[in-house]
Ligand binder design. Structure first.
Ligand code: SAM
Length: 246
């Protein structure tokens, strides 16, 4: 029986690949990738040659999953990677893990970069308890319902968002929750990494002045962190800095 490895890959800065990930990717019989072209670039960067890639993504997982399980049952090892970060976190993989576990195949995590945790730890908001909600619904009514359901949650709330929708989402959070503290973490580990920290209303103003660009994680304070009155701390604390280039 083979082993299914869930291998984290960088979320921007390629230096964030781990020694163990490089070894597991080099040794695996198969690398199952969300986007084989993207993964080939990473393998080339890590000087991994001769890897056998198969595609496993949202649209072929019903066909590709059972085939991977057959290979695992035949004793071959499979390393699953997504385009960025940890597989199975707002990325394909969950069903493959379930199916592998069901037939007794060992599933091994190879941890590494993850956007949600990276954003949480730089947010300055409480980290003792947090709730990761992935991508919030796009549709206005469903978004409002979801935010209402989260309103009493005391844990810090972490979600992923696209630059096209972030202004609407921040506005909806302000409507649903009042003016809580928030951090917007953008392009983490990349050249244009930036973290905005302020209140939701300051974040809304900030996004008007600085049109959103790149990949974002929203980290919002839980219930009880905002107070009823909108608190205005004056200038928002906008920090930006550069990190090592890839
Ligand atoms: N599995 C990945 C992980 O472990 O981080 C997340 C994949 S999800 C499809 C992609 C979303 O993660 C993006 O829309 C964005 O919200 C967030 N994200 C990914 N990379 C990021 C980065 N470098 N900076 C900020 N957010 C990022």
């Amino acid at each position: 029986r083979g082993t299914l490895y869930l291998v984290a890959t960088p979320i921007g800065n390629l230096e964030d690949i781990t020694y163990r990930a490089v070894r597991v990717l080099s040794e695996a019989d198969w690398i199952a990738a969300e986007d084989t072209r993207q993964t080939r670039k990473l393998l080339a960067h890590c000087n991994i040659e001769g890897a056998r890639l198969v595609s496993y993504h949202e649209h072929n997982k019903r066909a590709s999953g059972p085939e991977l399980i057959r290979r695992l049952q035949a004793g071959e090892s499979v390393a699953l990677v997504s385009d960025a970060g940890v597989p199975a976190i707002s990325d394909p993989g969950r069903e493959l893990v379930r199916d592998a576990a069901e037939v007794g195949i060992p599933v091994v995590p190879v941890p590494g970069a993850n956007a949600a945790l990276s954003a949480l730890i730089v947010s300055g908001l409480p980290t003792e308890r947090f709730l990761f909600v992935g991508f919030l619904p796009r549709e206005k009514k469903r978004l409002a319902e979801e935010l209402e359901a989260l309103r009493r949650t005391e844990a810090t709330i972490v979600c992923y968002e696209s630059p096209h929708r972030i202004e609407k989402t921040i506005g909806a959070m302000l409507d649903a929750w009042g003016n809580r503290p928030v951090a917007l973490a953008r392009e983490l580990t990349k050249r244009h990494e930036e973290v905005f920290r302020g209140s939701l209303s300051e974040a809304a103003r900030h996004l008007k002045v600085h049109p959103p660009l790149g990949e974002y994680v929203i980290v919002a304070g839980g219930a009880g962190t905002g107070g009823n009155e909108p608190e205005e701390s004056g200038e928002a604390d906008w920090r930006s800095w550069s990190v090592a280039e890839h």
